[in-house]
Design a protein around this ligand. Structure first.
Ligand code: PAZ
Length: 337
């Protein structure tokens, strides 16, 4: 049932009227196994959401709306969380960047450019493929971390495409993770559409041209942070992201989200500067006043080089800050898990 404004879905009316993705049960079975393993190992877990969501315009989808997100923030952060000892559930838009393989994305650093074809010692032998010597040290470093993450079972990947897939998956995954209580950090970096077309309004077949302009009236995607905090995973440490293009809106919108949803942190970022500066907006710990909200900027020099000689990534510092805040919060609220 929709609320009195038919274009305004509550989370409840959304899930009562929009169908789940066909792979949901299978995905959740995998998550359940992952959660049981991490519980046994006593690991902290982070759910990283990453990449953009699509909004289909037809049931037999030819056209859809999309957004800019490549999944860099999520994929990069997932690597730093693994390094910090977290098990990572990486929920990402299909074909967006992934931890480790992101270093060799097809457009910026094509994988085939790493390889050489070696002539055989004996003419009748097959050709050999080798890695270009100058590329070996970096590839070895990335490959070692990749293999370790997979062999240890500390990285589990889920995919979504549409905003509907995302919402169903987020709810089901949060409910599964909630058994781990305070040991779970939710890092919601995906760029999720604010508007969608409900299944009931979708044209079954490809929208035909020839009748002049196309007018589409979209409904608002329900605000899911509230039920996430109150019902799906009440003990989780929830970090959401807020993207704006007007810098004057960033902090007011982030503060409003903290006040409205009551989760732990909003990380605000501007589209154009997001790789070099973000702002952490959160309630002041220990303050009795729920409106006591502080902002702290985290900035890096765009030309900085990290300890390994690579360009510095702001996600390294974002993750370090969150790891320390998460632990302080666990200590303050429960004396440890
Ligand atoms: O994926 P990316 O690295 O290109 O961009 C990251 C980001 C800007 C999508 C992320 O930092 C973010 O702000 N996500 C939330 C966006 C929003 O719904 O407001």
């Amino acid at each position: 049932m929709a609320t009195s404004d038919p274009s305004q879905f509550s989370a409840e009316s959304y899930f009562a009227t929009q169908p789940p993705p066909s792979t949901l049960e299978q995905d959740i079975a995998g998550v359940r196994t992952f959660v049981a393993q991490q519980r046994e190992l006593g690991k902290k877990v982070v759910l990283v959401t990453s990449g953009g969501t699509t909004v289909p315009l037809e049931l037999n989808v030819v056209r859809f709306l999309d957004n800019f997100s490549a999944g860099t923030r999520g994929a990069t952060s997932a690597e730093y969380f693994l390094k910090a000892g977290y098990a990572v559930l990486f929920m990402h838009r299909q074909f967006s960047l992934q931890p480790f393989s992101r270093h060799y994305s097809h457009s910026t650093n094509p994988f085939l450019d790493l390889l050489e074809i070696e002539p055989p010692a004996v003419a009748t032998d097959p050709l050999n493929i080798t890695v270009t010597p100058s590329k070996r040290p970096e590839l070895l470093e990335v490959l070692t971390s990749y293999k370790e993450a997979h062999q240890s079972g500390l990285l589990h990947t889920l995919t979504f495409v549409t905003v509907n897939d995302y919402l169903w998956l987020l709810r089901a995954v949060s409910q599964e993770l909630s058994v781990l209580g305070r040991g779970v950090l939710y890092y919601l970096a995906a760029a999720v559409s604010d508007f969608f077309l409900p299944r009931q309004k979708l044209s079954e077949h490809k929208i035909q041209s020839g009748k002049g302009s196309l007018l589409i009236e979209m409904d608002q995607v329900p605000k899911i942070l509230k039920p996430m905090v109150d019902e799906w995973t009440p003990d989780g440490y929830i970090v959401s992201f807020k993207l704006e293009t007007d810098p004057a809106l960033l902090i007011p919108k982030a503060r409003a989200a903290i006040e409205r949803y009551g989760h732990q942190i909003v990380i605000g970022n501007d589209l154009h500067t997001r790789k070099y500066e973000v702002v952490f907006v959160s309630r002041v710990p220990g303050s009795p006043d729920v409106h006591d909200i502080s902002n702290s900027w985290l900035r890096i020099d765009p030309h900085a080089i990290d300890d390994r000689g690579h360009p510095k990534e702001i996600e390294e510092d974002i993750v370090a800050e969150l790891v320390s805040r998460h632990q302080a919060w666990i200590d303050a609220t429960s004396g440890g898990t």
